[in-house]
Write a protein that binds this ligand. Structure first.
Ligand SMILES: [Zn+2]
Length: 261
């Protein structure tokens, strides 16, 4: 199986002590490419450094997560513009709206989502998008930029049918995580994933978060890592009634196309 993990938070403290072992396990599991998520300026700088230290395997995004929108200022966009020009940085994001936790006020979230969206439009760079409990506002903002929108992924899709259809109408790629393995809150995705066109489906772990609940044995400290992506691929394949190898190859091809890897 050859897979691409399009969202892994490898700059997270959970990976500080054993990242090399995590990357070795990922390679052994058939993970050919990992996109390291940038969530703040500092984390984006570290993600870029990781990508440059492991060319070919690791790539990075540069952006500010809506949780951190309140920390943005006049330096944010120039700093992101410089980061996006660095080797190994393949997308603007993660950016978007999160009305679930509300760590930043909504006006700040919208302001810095739009600013990063416009940066991606200007640079014609792909977008790595986050939306949680923010539909339909999130879709409305994207629609307002529709004619200039670069390729983009709605990462960690956990929403309902109407939300999925709105994103597909915007031609977004859809990132599916181990949420689909969660018997408490993810079973609706087993059906919805069938509505995603073959050339729009992507897989991601969102490591160290969202460890698949049905993974046996559960990892130490329940830390998720890219090596668990084949487990998610098999669950998606089962839901689609197709061979896991085909899903792996298709989603890896989609990742290469989206991020120009
Ligand atoms: Zn996210």
């Amino acid at each position: 199986m050859q897979l691409a993990d399009i969202g892994a938070n490898l700059t997270h403290a959970a990976f500080r002590d054993d990242l090399d072992a995590v990357l070795a396990r990922a390679r052994d599991a058939g993970i050919a490419a990992i996109v390291v998520t940038g969530t703040t300026l500092e984390e984006s700088r570290r993600a870029a450094a990781l990508a440059q230290a492991h060319p070919g395997l690791l790539h990075a995004t540069a952006g500010v997560h809506p949780h951190h929108a309140r920390e943005c200022g006049p330096e944010t966009i120039p700093a992101l513009r410089a980061l996006v020009a660095q080797p190994g940085v393949v997308a603007v994001g993660e950016c978007g709206l999160d009305f679930n936790r509300n760590y930043s006020p909504h006006p700040d979230q919208e302001q810095w989502f739009v600013a990063q969206l416009e940066l991606a439009c200007e640079l014609e760079k792909p977008l790595f998008l986050h939306s949680r409990d923010a539909h339909p506002r999130f879709a409305a903002i994207l629609r307002a930029h529709r004619d200039r929108l670069p390729r983009a992924v709605a990462h960690c899709f956990t929403g309902e049918r109407e939300e999925l259809r709105a994103y597909l109408a915007l031609d977004l790629y859809i990132g599916i995580t181990g949420w689909i393995c969660d018997e408490r809150r993810g079973t609706h995705l087993l059906e919805l994933v069938r509505e995603i066109p073959r050339d729009r489906l992507l897989l991601e772990t969102d490591a160290p978060y969202l460890t698949p609940r049905d993974l046996r044995p559960q990892p130490r400290a329940r830390r998720n890592e890219p090596a668990f992506l084949p487990h998610i691929a098999r669950r998606v394949a089962q839901a689609l009634g197709r061979p896991a190898g085909e899903i792996a190859a298709e989603t890896a091809r989609n990742a290469r196309e989206l991020f120009a890897l």
